[in-house]
Ligand binder design. Sequence first.
Ligand code: P6P
Length: 317
Amino acid sequence: MAQQWTTLAEHILKEEQKIPKATGSLSLLLTRIAEASKIISTHVKHSGLIGIEGLAGKQNVYQEDVKKLDEFANNLLVDTLSESGQVFAIASEEMEKPKILKDGKAEYSVFFDPLDGSNNVDNNNSLGTIFSIYKKGKDFLQPGKNQVAAGYIFYGSSVMLVYTTGKNVNGFTLDASEGSFLLSHPNMKIPKKGNIYGINEGNYNLFDKPVQKYIQFLKKDKPYRLRYAACMVADVHRFLIDGGIFMYPSDSSAPKGKLRLMFEINPMSFIIQTAGGMTITTTENPLDLVPSQLHQKTPVAMGSSDDVKNFVKFHKK
Ligand code: P6P
């Protein structure tokens, strides 16, 4: 008998059925994000043919050159979420300020990195989209532990959508022939320990001593393998599957590191921690941080709990 695949839509509705007071709003929101990601993936897969590679001719709030595909993905997500009627605010890594919608009754805010790893656009390497959803609270900027859902779409050799609402982590693979995300990785759990590490080791001489010593430790005896995609979604997905540790520490040129708390670190931490892994700035769980600025950055290490605990030990010596 042919395998019966669960579609993302079925999965989301089944999860909604388990929540007595569910209104369907979060389900609609997740479905909208998934639909937008299918359009982004088509553009990613054809970027060399449709004139969407290269620079858009502007810089974002981090003084990073914006790629045409960054702009396309951002505008698509802003439009589709604005029309959903399910959000009161939309914040993007590519927009200086959030877009506040007039929908009085909408309960959710969405934070996203529309195209993560966009330096990989022109060289055909890995890309992703990261999203993070909060319920309206006292403050617009809430600690990551308040997320109601978070996920990413990985535009890799296959297109995968991985998300959590806090109970478990589920992975769906896009069946392009049908245009459906199908449940291919139910209840994902990260290995307790790995033998791979991911970091931009080009910055080695700028790292603090504890990070340098930890990297030296990984290279001794049975050395760990270095794997690095320069796309957080691709890197963290690797460690979710194989185990190991991803690091983007601070360094003398970037005392707060590079990755964004609201758009990258909180959603990816929610997923890794729900899958049984660990995330640390160097001393604390980023999900506990009370954000002070929309675009604030923080250093981060995340992955298998045994590996991250070792990383922490080098910061306590
Ligand atoms: P570097 C992509 O630009 C990103 O925000 C993350 O996806 C990735 O982990 C990191 O920056 C890569 O930074 O310094 O290695 O190019």
